[in-house]
Ligand binder design. Structure first.
Ligand code: FE2
Length: 279
C-alpha cells in the first residue's frame, strides 16, 4: 500500500472513531425513546382495560450528567397523560447532600398518574455501599412530598389494580416475604422490583404475572446482536425488554432514563408506555 493511501485510510478511520465517540457521549444518552407495549393482566377490572401505565426507571440525578434532561423528558412524558405511573428505583447517583436538592428540583416536574403514582427504591437510593438508611429515608421523604407513594416490601391497590413493591435486593431492607406472604393470585397484580436478579430467588410464593424492573440500563453500550459487556446482574439473560420466565411470570426490564456514566451506544434511554389489557 502506498504511504499516501495508508494515511488517507487512517485519517478516515480516526474521523469515524471521533464521530462514534461524539455520538456515544453527546447524542444517544439524551435521545429518549418512548417504548409502547401491551400489558396483559389477569383479573384486570374491565374499567381499566385500555388505560396506560407508564414506567420510568433509573433517573440517576446527580453530577455525572445534566439532569435537566430528566426534566425535559418528564415534559414529553406528561403529554401521554398516563393513568398510572410507576418509578422503579435509582432516583439519584449519591455523592453528597447536594443530590437531595437536585432530586427535589427534578421531582417538581415529576410525571404523575391520573389514578395513582407508585415508586420503589434502587440500590443507588441507599447512598454509599448501598448501606446508608438515612439517604434512603430522605429519598422516600422527597418522593412522598412529590406525590409518589413508595412501596417498601408492601402493596397498594388503586382502582382494582394491586401494586406490589419490593425494596432493593443489594441494600439493607430487602424483605420480600413481608409482602409476598399476603400475595393473592385472584387480584390484578403488577410487581415492581428494581433488580431483575431477584427473579431467580425463592421469594415469589407462586406469583403469576408481570414484574417490572430496571437496574441494568440495558448495559448502556452494546454491539449489534451481542450481549452488552457491562451488566450489573448475575443472570446475563436479564438485559432489557421482555423476558418470559416460563413459569407464569413475565419480566420487563426498562433501559433507564438516566445513566451512570454519560455514554450510550445502541441502548437509547427509555420511558415505557404500557396499555393495560385483560389477560
Ligand atoms: Fe441504575
Amino acid at each position: 500500500m502506498k504511504r499516501r493511501t495508508f494515511l488517507k485510510g487512517l485519517a478516515r478511520l480516526t474521523g469515524l472513531g471521533a464521530l462514534t465517540g461524539l455520538y456515544t457521549w453527546q447524542i444517544e444518552p439524551f435521545w429518549l425513546e418512548f417504548v409502547k407495549r401491551d400489558l396483559p393482566i389477569q383479573h384486570l377490572p374491565a374499567e381499566l382495560e385500555g388505560l396506560t401505565l407508564m414506567q420510568i426507571s433509573d433517573m440517576h440525578v446527580g453530577n455525572r450528567f445534566d439532569w435537566h434532561f430528566i426534566i425535559n423528558s418528564f415534559e414529553k412524558a406528561r403529554r401521554f397523560e398516563p393513568d398510572f405511573v410507576v418509578y422503579t428505583g435509582d432516583y439519584i447517583s449519591y455523592k453528597d447532600e447536594q443530590q437531595f436538592e437536585q432530586l427535589e428540583e427534578v421531582l417538581r416536574h415529576a410525571v404523575k398518574g391520573k389514578l395513582g403514582t407508585i415508586g420503589i427504591l434502587g440500590n443507588h437510593d441507599y447512598g454509599i455501599d448501598w448501606a446508608q438508611n438515612e439517604v434512603a429515608a430522605r429519598v422516600v421523604q422527597l418522593l412522598g412530598q412529590a406525590g409518589i407513594q413508595v412501596l417498601r416490601n408492601a402493596q397498594a391497590t388503586i382502582e382494582g389494580l394491586n401494586f406490589i413493591g419490593f425494596d432493593d435486593y443489594w441494600a439493607t431492607n430487602f424483605h420480600p416475604n413481608k409482602v409476598m406472604r399476603h400475595y393473592q393470585s385472584k387480584q390484578a397484580n403488577v410487581l415492581l422490583c428494581h433488580n431483575p436478579d431477584v427473579c431467580d430467588l425463592e421469594v415469589w410464593n407462586g406469583y403469576q404475572g408481570w414484574i417490572l424492573s430496571g437496574h441494568t440500563h440495558g448495559g448502556q453500550c452494546k454491539a449489534p446482536f451481542l450481549t452488552p459487556p457491562m451488566l450489573p446482574v448475575k443472570n446475563k439473560r436479564y438485559t432489557s425488554g421482555e423476558i418470559d420466565l416460563e413459569d407464569g411470570r413475565r419480566l420487563y426490564i426498562n433501559r433507564a432514563l438516566g445513566h451512570l456514566w454519560q455514554v450510550r451506544f445502541m441502548v437509547r434511554p427509555e420511558i415505557t408506555v404500557f396499555t393495560l389489557k385483560r389477560g
